[in-house]
Design a protein around this ligand. Structure first.
Ligand code: GDP
Length: 298
């Protein structure tokens, strides 16, 4: 099975390795470090993180002969060490309903992620309500309804163009009346007018706090891994408009550029609650730092 795996980063750097010479040794010199840094940067790890990771690897080994396997393991260890603190499932407290506000740019995978999460919580025996808070995109509302059906979860909607805060308030009222475990609120992802978006999100938060001063208990930012370094800008922007508490990284099935997760973890330290690994309802996985590091370093 290992033949069918895509070569990871190190596979490309140290690709001269053959099955007959699995422990090829090379001197850890400037040239090798530069190649390593270039590869890490190409994986979207970001310059600062790439330089620090490679300098950690070089520490105490510069000028010595190292095997490809050693480098792979050191790199995987460095990556796992950065990622371990952020690998945390969505925290849910006993208070009902736990409110999860879901933010992110259009196309990042918000709708899909809400559907997948709803399905997982249903499977765990929790009752879930979804509010289709992107009231300006009729297609988004329809798409969310389809996901709601798949997950067996009610989706509350409001007429196109109506106030999302009013929908959020109604959804909160309903979720409380029904004793639902979880309320997930979708939101608009229009970044063209940041001021509008900020006000819209602030208003949603304000009205749901009338019902529960601790809500939302989580504000989840959904990011698309294929956007690479752009994901970092999105975190910056969304942290200005909302109190982001954690991340879901989607589309990790379609990219070799997962390095951006390392940059995100290193720079923001926000928890990564789950990763999207496909378009189907079950394609949402917990984030596993060791597995991720092994796949990235290859
Ligand atoms: P939204 O605009 O943020 O609500 O994004 P959607 O949930 O509609 O997703 C946009 C597109 O990305 C859709 O075609 C989804 O099927 C796709 N998508 C979402 N998550 C994933 C994922 O984890 N992997 C892959 N391959 N595609 C995804």
């Amino acid at each position: 099975p290992s033949e069918s795996r895509k070569p990871g980063l190190l596979g490309r750097l140290l690709g001269r390795e053959t099955p007959d010479a699995p422990v090829l040794r090379r001197t850890l010199d400037d040239e090798m470090l530069e190649s390593l840094e270039e590869l890490l940067i190409a994986s979207d790890m970001g310059v600062d993180t790439a330089l620090r990771v490679s300098s950690n690897i070089a520490e105490g080994r510069y000028g010595k002969r190292v095997s490809t396997e050693e480098i792979k393991q050191l790199l995987a260890g460095e990556v796992a060490r950065i990622m371990e603190p952020v690998a945390r499932p969505l925290p849910l407290y006993p208070k009902k309903p736990q409110v999860v506000l879901v933010v992110g740019v259009n196309g990042s995978g918000k709708t899909t992620t809400i559907g997948k999460l709803a399905s997982q919580f249903r499977a765990a025996g929790k009752s879930v309500v979804i509010a289709a808070g992107d009231t300006f995109r009729a297609a988004a509302v329809e798409q969310l309804q389809v996901w709601g059906e798949r997950a067996g979860v009610p989706v509350l909607t409001a007429p196109e163009g109506s106030d999302p805060a009013s929908l959020a308030f109604d959804a909160m009222t309903k979720a409380q009346a029904e004793g639902a475990d979880l309320l997930m609120i979708d939101t608009a992802g229009r970044l063209q007018n940041r001021q509008d978006l900020m006000e819209e999100l602030a208003k949603i938060v304000r009205v749901i706090r009338k019902k529960d001063p601790d809500a939302p208990h989580n504000t989840l930012l959904v990011l698309d891994a294929t956007t690479g370094q752009n994901a970092l800008n999105q975190v910056d922007i969304f942290r200005q408009v909302a109190d982001v508490s954690g991340l879901v990284m989607t589309k990790l099935d379609g990219t070799a550029k997962g390095g951006v997760l390392v940059a995100l973890a290193d720079r923001f330290g926000l928890p990564i609650h789950a990763i999207g690994v496909g378009e189907q309802i079950d394609d949402l996985a917990p984030f596993d730092p060791e597995e991720f590091a092994a796949a990235l370093t290859g």
